[in-house]
Design a protein around this ligand. Structure first.
Ligand code: ME8
Length: 647
């Protein structure tokens, strides 16, 4: 059975931070969990690239909106991939296919009489990209607190006012449509006040999708953005078989757009409605929402490098009740890591496996304690039910109750004494103790896999399991199914204890590095040509000589330093071939790797391959350079498709 769900598509006005990672890792967890339940989950994520906010950020960075969007979108994608987050569709609102879907949706609303032309004079909030009827121009936006601007516009309006009753009926009929309950109540009271019509086009903006009816207008960014949930899965025939979505996962500040506007747009267009909107809370840092505008954001990769990404996944889903706000702190992260993972799960695994080695020559006995079996059954049911309701924290708590019960059981049975005892029942009891602990760990791995896929996989392998953990399903959660007689794997500590102070110092230092790289990626580049930039003349060639050189437009997908070579970078460049090209380029002195990701470049595509520092380079990147000067990559002022040939 299909399960289609989405994260928000993130604005490309700044690079991703832990707030975005939080939603995306929760979605990844849901995806893995749904698969275990027997669903075929399909997840869409992506980037929201139009609107004034993006236009202004691009301008500040001295780039065209398209180039800027290309870079930031690629950075989001690079980060999700580097963190091992799974998704099926990565939608970008600048995708021409998406333009068609937005126009299609609008035309359906227009045909059904829910879109009309009107005019608006009043306050406009650039940050929220919305008309603010409640205040005078120049006053602060009631939602985000930033000053509004004054606008007068002729626009297309959406008859939102016609949907007040129908939406209230929907919330009544489907009490789970908006989750959690507290958020549902906020939406109910908002809609009960009555809804006003909504402007869905902008004439003061160029960076957007043009209206099919009005040449100089573009779509309101939310009409555009929400529709991406359909574009992502529609192919050429919207809304496509996977529609409607089973779940839209969002942060609480954008719930209204999803729970009010979006179902109204869909009703107006006679399209099926999503099944559920779940709004989670905010990650706070120093008691404020972590956000790019406040500049108080942290990134996931430094934590990944020091503690492993699973530690962050576990911490966020265990420490914070999903649906409520929660404070992020490095101290709490490391405390949880040491208490629950190093001393808890990790210790139980290594103790159990070491004893299996010591007392049973590495073979887990397949006998299991009934009483612990009952505890396990309850813990499994509770964990699954909580995860299913997106109550990750309570689910993990239920699972840890099983681990504690097993810890206690081991202490009571004292296998180290049983191993030396001459009593007749000592050997079977020792078997049952080890079998029970290993079986509980097997179940824990399956339950933990959605939250900590990598670590759970490592413990799974150490238990000697031969089938891959990702193939395990909830039907494998029955007690006592540990396959007897198999030998365990090599024992490796999965969660080594961490000394808080140096670890935090290391994370903070890495944060600074990442922030500097991001600033370079998004910052304004001032490029003045030096006076002696004119190269000496070369001998004349024929056009035939020139066309022999296959110059192509590519986009840098990844860039990494080459070990032991200060000047070299190892690049993967997409030039619209089935596989990205590997190119080793001598540009490390001029470009930080992160600044290159997402950048469009020119490459010589038909050079003979050449090995540099053991890496086969399949092409050359074109740059202007002067003797002794730093190379400057060739690029384009207008947008150009990847793979285009230069001639
Ligand atoms: O709103 N805590 O994009 P956006 C928790 N493009 N989650 C956070 C967070 C924080 N401090 N900061 C960000 C947009 N998020 C629109 C969405 S959807 C059709 C269009 C997460 O880049 C959270 O999921 O501002 C939030 O809703 C989203 O990022 C906002 O991302």
């Amino acid at each position: 059975m299909k399960y289609y769900f989405t994260t928000p598509i993130y604005y490309v006005n700044a690079a991703p931070h832990i707030g975005h990672t939080y939603t995306t890792l929760a979605a990844d967890t849901i995806k893995r969990f749904k698969r275990q339940q027997g669903f075929e989950p399909v997840l869409t994520t992506g980037t929201d690239e139009h609107g004034q906010k993006v236009e202004r950020s691009a301008e500040a960075a001295g780039r065209t909106p398209q180039v800027f969007a290309d870079m930031v979108s690629a950075e989001f994608r690079r980060q999700w991939d580097a963190l091992g987050l799974e998704y099926d569709h990565y939608i970008r609102t600048t995708d021409p296919r998406h333009h068609k879907t937005v126009q299609w949706l609008f035309e359906r609303c227009l045909k059904n009489g829910y879109a009309y032309k009107g005019s608006y004079t009043g306050a406009y909030c650039v940050s929220d990209e919305r008309y603010v009827n409640e205040v005078e121009p120049g006053q602060n936006c009631p939602d985000c607190g930033r000053p509004t601007e004054s606008v007068t516009e002729e626009n297309y309006f959406f008859k939102l006012s016609a949907f007040t009753e129908r939406l209230l009926e929907l919330y009544e009929r489907e009490p789970d449509f908006i989750r959690p309950e507290a958020r549902r109540n906020e939406v109910l009271s908002f809609v009960r006040q009555g809804l006003q019509d909504l402007s869905i086009s902008r004439s003061n903006l160029k960076w957007g999708i043009p209206l099919p009816v009005e040449g100089n207008q573009v779509f309101y960014v939310w009409f555009d953005a929400l529709t991406s949930y359909i574009t992502a899965i529609a192919g050429d025939n919207p809304p496509g078989e996977l529609w409607p979505a089973d779940l839209h996962l969002v942060g609480k500040e954008i719930l209204r757009f999803h729970a009010v506007f979006w179902p109204a747009f869909l009703m107006a267009a006679d399209l099926p409605l999503p099944k559920r909107i779940f709004a989670h809370g905010w990650l706070l840092f120093d008691n404020e929402k972590m956000s790019k505008s406040r500049g108080n954001m942290l990134r996931a990769e430094p934590i990944q490098k020091v503690l492993g990404f699973d530690a962050l996944r576990y911490y966020l889903l265990r420490e914070i009740t999903f649906g409520q706000d929660g404070s992020f702190s490095y101290d709490a992260l490391i405390t949880r890591y040491n208490a629950d993972l190093a001393n808890g799960l990790g210790n139980l695994a290594s103790r159990t496996l070491t004893m299996v080695n010591q007392y049973r020559a590495g073979v887990v006995p397949a006998t299991f304690d009934e009483a612990i079996g009952t505890v396990a059954k309850q813990a499994v049911e509770a964990t699954v039910a909580h995860f299913d309701a997106l109550e990750f924290s309570r689910g993990l708590e239920a699972l840890w109750s099983l681990l504690s019960a097993v810890d206690k059981f081991i202490v009571e049975q004292a296998p180290w004494k049983l191993a030396r005892s001459a009593d007749a029942d000592a050997a079977p009891r020792l078997d049952a103790t080890l079998g029970t602990a290993a079986e509980a760990l097997r179940l824990a791995c399956i339950l933990l896999y959605p939250v900590m896929p990598e670590s759970a996989g490592k413990i799974w392998a150490q238990l000697g399991m031969t089938t891959p953990l990702e193939a395990a399903r909830h039907t494998d959660l029955a007690w006592g199914h540990y396959p007897g007689g198999q030998k365990i794997g090599d024992i490796v500590g999965v969660f080594p204890r961490i000394d808080a102070k140096p670890a935090i110092e290391k994370i903070v230092a890495l944060e600074e590095e990442v922030n500097a790289a991001q600033a370079q990626l998004l910052g304004k580049k001032v490029e003045a040509a030096p006076e002696d930039a004119v190269a000496p003349p070369s001998p004349k060639i024929e056009i035939d000589d020139f066309v022999k050189v296959d110059l192509r437009v590519g986009v840098v997908l990844s860039a990494e330093p080459v070990k032991g070579a200060d000047k070299l970078l190892h690049l993967k460049v997409d030039i619209a071939e089935p596989e990205p090209r590997t190119i080793v380029a001598g540009i490390a002195g001029a470009y930080a790797p992160a600044a290159l990701v997402g950048r469009k470049v020119v490459i010589v595509a038909n050079l003979q391959p050449r090995k540099l520092r053991g890496i086969q380079s399949n092409g050359m990147i074109v740059a202007g350079s002067l003797e002794g000067g730093k190379p400057v990559l060739a690029g384009f002022l207008e947008d150009i498709p990847i793979g285009a040939r230069l001639k």
